[in-house]
Design a protein around this ligand. Structure first.
Ligand SMILES: Cc1ncc(C[n+]2csc(CCOP(=O)(O)OP(=O)(O)O)c2C)c(N)n1
Ligand SMILES: [Mg+2]
Length: 656
């Protein structure tokens, strides 16, 4: 007799209990509660082939409730993903294992995205579903035709980012996206109703989703709902009424069984209740076989897809795009633009220079999908002729994300993870704080996402201190694996764009000015100088007595100060620092040569000092901000806060 779906789900439950017990930490409540829904999804609907977890036309499965990682690990193991051996399950949460506390992208084959910060997975899944529709428009049904499924808990839906994600998906009618809600009325502190009495079904419906409620332990209801979901013309939401720790005997439904609460007695009790006599980490043959058959289910579809790919006129282009390789001529036009900017230097805001660079990049790199959180005209992210991404065909490459910075940043992670798309999008830099949790996950996962952040200092002027970043550069530079670019002029902006696009495993911030700034780079160079992270922009006329360090719009201030100092007999050099992270990656000898040995070192940046010791040492002088800005024309603000050539000159003279 073939194993029943209940027995198959019990295998997930028991593995989850055993792994958590062995680790003495983790969460069995959610995996046990959602085992039935996951079994229904994986055994009949999810399109995948365990033999090739990276098959591009697979469905994406996102465990947004990442604390339930054992659900995913059990599924990967049972369906025969080679890397996920029983030893990995036994080593749940141990150093080096493929089974970390929360699922980690890039660490465990079959994990589509890192989850754990609740709500992120849901918002990331929206981006995956957007990428799928866009690539479907570009390459057709033959090559791109899959779904995105995500499992969320009460926590994911309480988080604010869920609102942005849900409304975005509703607006774009992402019919290939289905959310399964682990509707167990439980969070860590107890019943979810102690903090939430909203009607989630009504909420999704209001955002334009198709909705259903089912008994999350009834295989028939689950199957019918999943089948229904695949026929909707809009995103679908299935509230699965579940009991946390389903199957755990006395602990079933106990709001306090979210985390590690099942010890030897309770586990013995649960085994009895489930009729599961087997030893820990043992799955009987019939159940094991049923699961490995599930893992092979998609094999035929994958092989047929591979044949279609081979026969497709889009073959090479598809493979290139999905691997994330740039077109061979990706930067030809950009390099010509750089030559042009050197031959005909023009002062402007770096956001305008960025818009100009994009005019040469977007046509050359079809994977680039741009956007803005309702600040298109300010961010300069939309190039000429760029159509809006929208239903019904989704072939547009410009996304109107609406005022949803967090949802936008998370969706961009999802697009990059999906592959075939290089997302970039804009907002004001002060609102980086709104997107920070997604920026951080992108940095942790190592995805190529470009966050355009204009209005990068008090230089934005009249909008005032609410909009003026002060600590943002420092806080973003503090984040590991994030390149923070702050170019000084047209040439640097173009160079930084190229570097961001070439950074396959590091997301980037493009910090750009609202206000006009003078030309900094005038001498042609054979190589991309911003690639060095920091470099000597202007040499001293003799042995340097002072070095001035600056980024972005303050480079122009440093250059002016240098002229004054040189005029009064103080040989002074200027170092531009467009990307500290890239500078840190240079050989020590290069770094030392850039920092130099001038007796006086001064940095100027319209932000806080934190971090500048890297260049100026403890004794260096800093000309910048010490508090919040103010509302006034920007020239007035630079005077008011003393970020001027005179102030730099005074700092040097004082130090001398
Ligand atoms: C952003 C964020 N805040 C808090 C947590 C800590 N946390 C993990 S699970 C959880 C409870 C979530 O409840 P639910 O999603 O319903 O999970 P269940 O208890 O039903 O398994 C919390 C608060 C987290 N992982 N992410
Ligand atoms: Mg819950």
């Amino acid at each position: 007799m073939p194993a029943s779906s209940v027995a198959m789900a019990d295998a997930i439950r028991v593995l989850s209990m055993d792994a958590v017990h062995k680790a003495r930490s983790g969460h069995q409540g959610m995996p046990m509660g959602m085992a039935d829904a996951a079994t229904a999804l994986w055994s009949r609907f999810l399109k995948f082939d365990a033999a090739d977890p990276l098959w591009p036309d697979r469905d994406r499965f996102v465990l947004s409730a990442g604390h339930g990682s054992m659900l995913l690990y059990a599924l990967l193991h049972l369906t025969g993903h080679k890397a996920m051996t029983m030893d990995q399950i036994r080593n749940f949460r141990q150093a080096g294992a493929l089974t970390p506390g929360h699922p980690e992208y890039g660490h465990t084959p079959g994990v589509e995205t890192t989850t754990g910060p609740l709500g992120q997975g849901l918002a990331t899944a929206v981006g995956m579903a957007m990428a799928e529709r866009h690539l479907n428009a570009r390459f057709g049904d033959d090559l791109v035709d899959h779904r995105t499924w995500t499992v969320v808990g009460d926590g994911c839906l309480m988080e604010g980012v869920s609102h942005e994600a849900i409304s975005l998906a509703g607006r774009f009618e992402l019919s290939r996206l289905t959310v399964l809600f682990d509707d167990n009325n439980t969070t860590i502190d107890g019943e979810a109703t102690i903090a939430e009495t909203g009607d989630q079904v009504a909420r999704f419906k209001a955002a334009g989703w198709a909705t259903r409620t089912v008994d999350g332990h009834d295989a028939g209801q689950l199957r019918r709902a999943l089948s229904w979901a695949t026929r909707q013309d809009r995103p679908s939401f299935i509230a699965c009424k579940t009991k946390i720790s389903k199957g755990a005997g006395r602990k079933e439904g106990d709001p306090h069984s979210h985390g590690y609460t099942l010890f030897d007695d309770e586990i013995a009790d649960a085994r009895l209740a489930m009729g599961w006599p087997h030893e820990p980490f043992v799955v009987p043959d019939d159940i094991g076989k049923a699961w490995t058959a599930v893992g092979r289910r998609g094999g035929k579809a994958r092989r047929q897809w591979a044949l279609r790919l081979d026969a497709s006129p889009h073959r090479d282009e598809f493979v290139r795009a999905i691997h994330g390789d740039l077109p061979h001529d990706a930067f030809e036009r950009l390099e010509a633009h750089i030559e042009d900017m050197l031959a005909n230097p023009a002062a402007n805001a770096t956001r305008v220079h960025s818009g100009a660079a994009l005019e040469h990049l977007v046509p050359a790199i079809p994977e680039m999908v741009g956007g803005s959180a309702d600040l298109t005209g300010s961010n300069n992210t939309r190039t000429k002729g760029m159509a809006a991404f929208d239903r019904p065909d989704y072939d547009g490459r410009y996304v109107h994300y609406g005022v949803r910075e967090h949802g936008m940043a998370a969706a961009m992670n999802g697009m990059a993870l999906h592959g075939g798309v290089i997302p970039y999008s804009g907002t004001f830099m002060a609102f980086a704080d709104y997107s920070r949790p997604a920026i951080r996950l992108g940095a942790l996962m190592g995805v190529r996402v470009i966050h355009v952040m204009t209005h990068d200092s008090i230089g934005l002027g009249e909008d005032g201190p609410t909009h003026q970043p002060v600590e943002h550069l420092a806080s973003l530079r503090a984040m590991p694996n994030l390149n923070v670019f702050r170019p000084a002029d047209a040439v640097e902006t173009a160079e930084c764009w190229r570097l961001a696009l070439e950074s396959r495993t590091t997301p980037s911030i493009m910090a750009l000015s609202r206000q006009k700034t003078a030309v900094a780079r005038r001498t042609p160079a054979t190589a991309n100088r911003c690639a060095l992270g920091a470099y000597e922009l202007a040499a001293a006329s003799g042995p340097a007595r002072a070095t001035l360090f600056a980024s972005g719009t303050e480079v122009a201030i440093a250059l002016k100060a240098r002229e004054v100092l040189e005029g009064v007999g103080v040989p002074t050099r200027v170092v531009s620092t467009p990307c500290w992270e890239l500078f840190d990656a240079q050989p020590a000898a290069y770094q030392a040569s850039v920092i130099g040995d001038a007796p006086v070192r001064v940095a100027v940046e319209a932000g806080v000092r934190m971090g500048w010791e890297r260049f100026i040492g403890q004794k260096g002088r800093f000309v910048g901000m010490t508090g919040f800005g103010a509302s006034a024309p920007y020239e007035v603000l630079y005077d008011m806060f003393g970020i001027t050539p005179d102030a730099v000159v005074a700092a040097v003279q004082d130090a001398l």
